[in-house]
Ligand binder design. Sequence first.
Ligand code: SF4
Length: 153
Amino acid sequence: MNQLIEKAALKPYNLTHGEIVSLLSLENTAELFAAAYELKCRHVGKVVSLRGLIEFSNQCSKNCYYCGIRRGNTLVKRYHLSEDDVVRMARWSFEQGYGSVVLQSGEFESEANTTFVERVLKRIRPLCSSGHSVRPYECARYVHLFLSLPAQI
Ligand code: SF4
């Protein structure tokens, strides 16, 4: 096996910037893909996990230039789904066999939005497991949220 691919498979966090560039520049990727697949099988098996992604809002206070929903893009029509709609979508995902859902939105600092996410999580928790990709909270908030969630059925 190519020594660099072997290193990537065994110690991926030890790769240098130059080595990563070399891997990304490979013309023949068959060996790299085979090693990646072997690594994936070793860690999570031959399964594909599907998550239902619920993009509940495209409002964002940040302005990352690569992002289509950044604050400065005035061409985007903004939306924010209702609590009932998010719960309905989570229920639909569960009924279709998705193992979990992810709640995702742009980032905006608002207590109202934080409590919105918390209320939704409390309602969907009995249905399925969930993650969220919204603005980061304080650690204590995560602990409070975790402890206040109802048990999964
Ligand atoms: S949604 Fe995320 S990536 Fe896009 S502008 Fe907001 S913070 Fe940046």
